[in-house]
Design a protein around this ligand. Structure first.
Ligand SMILES: *Cc1c(COP(=O)(O)O)cnc(C)c1O
Length: 316
């Protein structure tokens, strides 16, 4: 990213394009869903249940994967973002999930992970009574981070690509939402013997809470794989500089990152995750916390842009 790098003192910026993972407009959830759907197919499920924010990329990609393997998909949309407009509820990922034929359910709050999971269980129970075989993709941090396995695979892919292109990375920056991607990448890097630093940028909760969440995923991965890459707490680096005023809500630095990336590189970020991550990357560079070759892991999410049209460019 030569032109964008000119805005970053001491940083040569590269991008890993996981917005191009292919299925149903792509994004990081495609790599995660490979493992959930593997398990669902093993269990001979015929219906997928998943919960997320109104503009969730995870539910949209799950609906696409369900279509692809011939399963039904039930999605539960949680009210995580206050005061949203009509576009937010009808366009972007909502439009795509409709097109994919998903059945919609609503959940009235957005900060109740165990409640949202419990409601999925209730829907699953109803479906079972009608003869379906449902499979739940859970939200809460107490569950095994199955999706992180896709990001351990992604590290193997990255290290091969770096070797083929004779490139060396000093640092990696990625969004840390549920933490599945961040934990998978960190675990994978250390398990494959790479010491590349990685910083997660928080779009959802403060750095302290996110640190605990990622640490929990790492512990579970170690026991799932019976492998301990000895990740230290200091290795779980996080920043929440671009979080305010909260999940799914814009701020000036985020809008600037979105515009600058588009205008320098013709590359679209999304308003909820990757633009916040890029704003975090700018902050880290300005404060000399990263330098050299930095890899920005683009986790996708661009369909949400269309749900944020009015928020980004208000009509007068
Ligand atoms: C879900 C999502 C993330 C966060 O990934 P986690 O694995 O949940 O941390 C980042 N970017 C986009 C575009 C997403 O949809």
């Amino acid at each position: 990213m030569e032109r964008l790098s000119r805005h970053l003192d001491g940083v040569s910026l590269f991008v890993k394009r996981d917005d191009c993972t292919g299925l149903g407009f792509g994004g990081n959830k495609v790599r995660q869903l490979e493992y959930y759907f593997g398990q669902a197919i093993d269990e001979e499920a015929d219906t997928i249940l998943i919960t997320g924010a109104v503009q969730s990329n995870f539910v949209r990609t799950a609906a696409a994967a369900a279509a692809r393997v011939g399963m039904e998909c039930h999605i539960q949309l949680e009210e995580r973002v206050p005061d949203v407009d009509a576009l937010h509820r009808s366009s972007g990922n909502v439009l795509l999930s409709r097109l994919l034929g998903a059945t919609f359910h609503c959940y009235p709050t957005g900060e109740d992970e165990s409640g949202a999971d419990a409601r999925l269980e209730e829907i699953a129970e109803q479906l079972r009574r009608h003869g379906s075989r449902p499979y739940i993709i859970p939200l809460g941090a107490a569950h095994e981070p199955l999706g992180s396995l896709g990001y351990i695979d992604a590290v193997a892919e990255l290290l091969t690509q770096l070797e083929q292109q004779s490139l060396r990375m000093d640092h990696l920056v990625v969004t840390s939402g549920s933490g599945s991607t961040h934990a998978g990448l960190l675990f994978g890097l250390r398990a494959f013997g790479s010491q590349i630093g990685i910083t997660g940028v928080c779009p959802r909760r403060d750095a302290h809470s996110q640190q605990r969440r990622v640490a929990g995923h790492l512990e579970k991965l170690a026991s799932m794989l019976d492998l301990d890459p000895a990740v230290t707490p200091e290795d779980i680096r996080l920043t929440d500089v671009s979080l305010a005023p909260g999940y799914g809500r814009l701020n000036d630095a985020t809008v600037k990152a979105l515009q600058l990336t588009a205008r320098c590189e013709g590359l679209f970020l999304d308003p909820v995750y990757t633009a916040k991550a890029m704003a975090g990357l700018f902050h880290l560079a300005e404060h000399d916390q990263i330098s050299g070759n930095v890899l920005f892991w683009h986790t996708g999410g661009q369909p949400a842009l269309f749900g944020y049209g009015e928020a980004l460019f208000p009509q007068v």
